[in-house]
Design a protein around this ligand. Structure first.
Ligand SMILES: Cc1cc2nc3c(=O)[nH]c(=O)nc-3n(C[C@H](O)[C@H](O)[C@H](O)COP(=O)(O)OP(=O)(O)OC[C@H]3O[C@@H](n4cnc5c(N)ncnc54)[C@H](O)[C@@H]3O)c2cc1C
Length: 210
């Protein structure tokens, strides 16, 4: 593989960190995002609201998953499990979702490479990798979220695989898998795909230092 392909290593992945709290109440909706700037938790889900089978004993209470967005090596990622659990408990209290005495236990899970990050470099790097692999390995297909470094939801990640099967069976690119993404509908023919469905994203620009 040529030198340019190794630049894939610099694509940024954002690993979230989960602190799961087992508690003796089920009062909370399924998946609220938190927009309160006074807390660090990004998303909270109550697993029992998805299904009672997702918690050990639904009759005794629920199990909340608190999601913290961070980067490999930052202070949130590096802090101890005890500190993480304490932060989660204090933020549950602050948000009024539970009191400390309702919490029966906790578990911290660090999940690396969970989210493809759209920084100001990613598009260029993905283009370089795509071009070089298409030239050197034309029968190598990219599908899925991390496979394409695209922030796809599950249905769109699966669709890229299904359309790739069509391409493999046809032995040519009759489907444009790169036009599938989380906020654009897939269009049947690559010729008809408008630019808005091309997978282009607006990315935040770096502020100029004064
Ligand atoms: C925290 C979180 C919440 C999400 N919430 C939602 C949601 O509510 N709704 C939604 O639609 N989507 C959601 N998503 C996105 C959804 O999970 C992904 O879009 C989807 O799982 C991507 O499917 P995939 O097949 O591309 O990758 P994955 O599901 O990640 O599958 C890739 C598989 O490849 C395996 N693998 C990796 N490397 C190797 C290797 N070298 N050899 C063999 N196997 C390997 C992995 O173990 C994994 O099983 C969420 C994602 C995250 C991280």
């Amino acid at each position: 593989m040529g030198k340019k392909c190794r630049r894939k290593a610099s694509l940024t992945m954002n690993p979230p960190l989960f602190a799961t709290e087992s508690m003796n109440t089920t009062a909370c909706s399924a998946l609220p995002y938190t927009h309160d700037p006074s807390v660090k938790v990004g998303r909270i889900q109550n697993f029992v609201s998805w299904s009672p089978d997702m918690v050990p004993d639904a009759a005794k209470g629920g199990c909340l998953g608190l999601e913290y967005f961070c980067f490999d090596g930052d202070s949130l990622w590096e802090s101890s499990n005890e500190a993480r659990a304490e932060l989660a408990i204090s933020e549950l209290e602050k948000l009024g979702l539970a009191t400390r005495d309702q919490i029966r236990g906790s578990r911290v899970v660090r999940q690396p490479k969970a989210y493809p990050v759209y920084d100001d470099q990613y598009r260029n790097i993905v283009d370089i990798i795509r071009a070089e692999l298409a030239e050197s390995y034309p029968n190598l297909h990219f599908v899925g979220r991390n496979g394409m470094h695209k922030y796809n939801n599950q249905d769109h990640a699966m669709m890229t695989a299904m359309l790739t099967v069509d391409n493999i069976i046809a032995d040519r690119a009759i489907r444009d898998v790169w036009s599938v993404n989380e906020d654009a509908e897939y269009h049947e023919s690559a010729d008809e795909v408008p630019s808005v469905a091309s997978g282009l994203r607006c990315v935040p620009a770096r502020a100029a230092l004064q």
